[in-house]
Design a protein. Structure first.
Length: 179
């Protein structure tokens, strides 16, 4: 380092120490630094698509580096830490107690199996119920349509028979033409 640069560094350090002792100046400096940070950092909504792409590229690289560092730390921790002790039934249980624990385990297993079967049956029941309601509604619609058609057929028959009777009763030809 040149002598001029070392003088600058010393001057900056002393200025920083003086600022640190005065709380008002320190607060002002922090505020200025924060404003400078916010002006330098751009929000995504203020970026152009090109800037956003380049920023995303930088973020990707930084995140990749961070993840690799975390994995390296995890690997070091895995090497340094001893393996976990196996989880199981303690060896010092009496035979009666061990039988009790195993019995409870069997009961729990059977209970969970029954619960799963029950859930499966409930879903199957719900599916069948929905199917039943669908077919019931279909039947009601067709029945309603048929009754409507039958009703229309009855009206048609009555009207056509009335017209035929009326037509046969008319004697002159000119009146028959209007019907």
């Amino acid at each position: 380092m040149l002598p001029q640069e070392s003088n600058r560094v010393v001057a900056k350090v002393t200025e920083w120490e003086r600022r640190k002792q005065n709380p008002v100046k320190e607060a002002e400096t922090r505020k200025k630094d924060l404003i400078g940070y916010h002006t330098k950092k751009k929000l995504v909504r203020d970026m152009t698509p090109r800037e956003h792409r380049s920023a995303k590229k930088k973020w990707k690289k930084a995140n990749k580096k961070r993840r690799e560092q975390q994995k390296a730390v995890q690997r070091l921790m895995a090497i340094d830490t001893p393996p976990a002790s196996p989880v199981g039934t303690p060896r010092n249980l009496s035979p009666a107690m061990r039988a009790h624990v195993l019995g409870r385990r069997k009961v729990r297993r059977d209970r969970s199996k029954l619960f799963r079967e029950n859930q499966k049956l409930l879903t199957e029941f719900e599916k069948i119920r929905r199917q039943f309601l669908m077919y019931k509604k279909r039947y009601q619609r067709t029945k309603k349509r048929q009754s409507y058609d039958d009703n229309n057929n009855d009206k048609y028959k009555v009207l056509s028979s009335a017209i035929k009777i009326h037509y046969s009763k008319i004697k002159n030809y000119s009146a028959k033409r209007y019907i």
